[in-house]
Design a protein around this ligand. Structure first.
Ligand code: CU
Length: 161
């Protein structure tokens, strides 16, 4: 009984603290101690690559890790290499466009071969293995993140290593 009271007052104190700091969060002191930065997704991109395209379309794969206490969404992707970039999920071996992908709080979003992916259509040029393709990820809450996708062999799949 006592414990419940403590948790409740802690929650109230936290809410008050959040309300107070509301506007000053721009300093984004990414307090690695956690807690103080509650309320913001903290996104990091890793393992990005694009298999060398064999036609005028390509896929993009990467992992977005969210170390923040707030969930976010990947809502769109843009790139200089294509004006038609969408995000797809794969269900029953078929891919279909989605409006967004969830990036859970303290979790990750994986785009990998055979699953969710970024889809580039009508490529303006076909990048070769060893080159890099610049993209920008757009989120519901976080600022956009620019990523360079290294172009790998057409059959590259990190999961097989
Ligand atoms: Cu697709």
């Amino acid at each position: 009984m006592n414990r419940r009271t403590t948790t409740l007052s802690a929650a109230v104190a936290l809410a008050a603290a959040l309300a107070l700091t509301g506007c000053s969060s721009d300093s984004s002191s990414n307090g690695s101690s956690g807690g103080s930065s509650a309320g913001r997704p903290e996104l990091k991109v890793s393992g990005a690559f694009m298999p060398q395209p064999v036609m005028d379309m390509a896929g993009g794969f990467l992992t977005i890790t969210n170390s923040g206490d707030t969930a976010d969404k990947l809502t769109s992707v843009t790139s200089g290499i294509s004006d038609d970039v969408t995000i797809h999920e794969t269900k029953n071996q078929k891919m279909q466009e989605v409006k967004s992908f969830d990036i859970p709080a303290n979790g990750e979003l994986k785009l990998e071969r055979g699953g969710n992916h970024i889809m580039f259509m009508e490529l303006k040029k076909q990048p070769k293995q060893g080159e890099k393709v610049g993209i920008e990820l757009h989120f519901e809450k976080s600022d956009p993140i620019k990523v360079e996708l290294p172009v790998e062999a057409p059959n590259h799949n990190p999961k097989q290593h």
